[in-house]
Design a protein around this ligand. Structure first.
Ligand SMILES: [Zn+2]
Length: 386
């Protein structure tokens, strides 16, 4: 009864679902889930000015608690197809490796979870609660018609989730390396020092903004933002550009612009960081223009029941103790964290978004076993707590 994770991953890779195309990927997921008894909702969304994207929410059971798996079936483009040693959408297995765009990120993870549910049902029967899947077709794209909209739809109909596992490829090198329990935030600032242009021979008749810009950047870049926390490395500030665009050696410029990017932990918010920057500017003095742009705030699911269960399942099947990490870029976990505890664990990500993306067939089988064990221990835990 349990689906074969390798055949399912291969069949998903054969759907060329480059965002926003679906190419049959969600139909395939839906038909396999319906075979396992899931009720499926297809949720296409289209914000004005964007392309229509299809999504799927599937649920088995109508009681709480509800364990949710989140993932995506869209993939990034193959890039230079001629550079691949195989057809990027062929799903070939060579020397124990399943090749294809999405093998690691993250059709392999989706297939492993669906197979794990089948195996869970074979061994345990229906869960004492519900199992659900939130599968989006808009993770690799703009992410406006995907997970965030599905979560809104769920909230509007009172659809509650109690824990969420995101199946992104979290392991840098080997299955079992790393579980992600949060992510840093990212803020980009554009800072312009304003002065008055003049002749370099008569600097007292001009107002040179560049010494002030240099002083402000030195103060910002040289003082630590914090010392880190038990779960986050110290926040960082990286200067990315200083532009004056002055071709003359005898003209004091009227302005100088700099840009920097801050990766911040949960000791900061975008508002607190902007206030810090403005404090420094006030200390230096003079006139300034400052704009800040945030692409995600920091969040953490404190280590606890969910991360313990996932870490123990990883150890049971791989013998490795995974690091609980908040490193790396963003994922859809940034939307889910407002609804329930969320952790991320999936395949090895070394080849994701690259030519010859691939995963070990053995890893797909191990990940299936890990996911099944997570489900068994999570539902056993909820019964104990009840
Ligand atoms: Zn992904």
């Amino acid at each position: 009864m349990a689906p074969d994770p390798i055949a399912l991953a291969r069949d998903l890779i054969r759907c060329p679902s480059v965002t926003p195309a679906d190419a049959g990927a969600l139909d395939l997921v839906q038909s396999v889930l319906e075979g396992l008894g899931f009720t499926c909702h297809r949720l296409p969304f289209q914000e004005p000015g964007t392309e229509r994207v299809d999504n799927l929410y599937a649920r088995l059971g109508d009681q709480g608690p509800n364990f949710c798996f989140a993932g995506h079936t869209d993939v990034v483009p193959a890039g230079d197809a001629a550079a691949w040693t195989v057809d990027p959408f062929g799903g070939e297995i060579i020397d124990g490796q399943l090749y294809g765009r999405g093998a690691a990120d993250m059709k392999g993870g989706v297939a492993a979870f669906i197979a794990a549910v089948g195996s869970f049902l074979d061994r345990n029967g229906p869960p004492p609660g519900s199992i659900s899947l939130l599968i989006t077709g808009d993770e690799e794209g703009p992410a406006v018609n995907g997970t965030r909209k599905v979560l809104d739809w769920m909230a509007a109909r009172g659809e509650r989730i109690d824990a969420c596992l995101v199946g992104e490829p979290t392991n840098p090198r080997a299955l079992g390396d790393m579980i992600k329990v949060g992510r840093r935030g990212s803020l980009t600032a554009t800072l312009t020092a304003l002065g008055a242009q003049g002749h370099t021979a008569y600097p007292h008749l001009a107002d040179n903004p560049l010494p002030r810009l240099a002083e402000a950047l030195h103060l910002l870049a040289s003082s630590p933002l914090d010392m880190g926390t038990p779960h986050f490395q110290p926040s960082t500030l990286a200067l990315t550009s200083i532009d004056v665009g002055n071709p003359a050696s005898n003209v004091i410029p009227a302005r100088g612009t700099a840009r920097f990017n801050i990766r911040f932990n949960d000791l900061h918010t975008p508002e607190s960081l902007e206030a810090h920057i403005r404090d420094v500017l006030e200390e230096v003095g003079g006139a300034w223009d400052l704009t800040v742009q945030t692409s995600g705030v920091a969040f953490l699911t404190p280590p606890g029941a969910l991360s313990d269960i996932v870490a123990a399942a990883v150890e049971a099947h791989t013998g490795r103790t995974p690091e609980l990490s908040t490193s790396g870029g963003t994922s859809d976990a940034r939307f889910i964290k407002d609804h329930c505890p969320v952790v991320e664990f999936g395949l090895v990500g070394a080849s994701m978004h690259k030519v010859d993306e691939r995963v070990a067939v053995a890893d797909l089988l191990d990940l299936t076993a890990i996911y099944r064990t997570v489900l068994e221990r999570w539902f056993a835990g909820t019964e104990r707590r009840a």
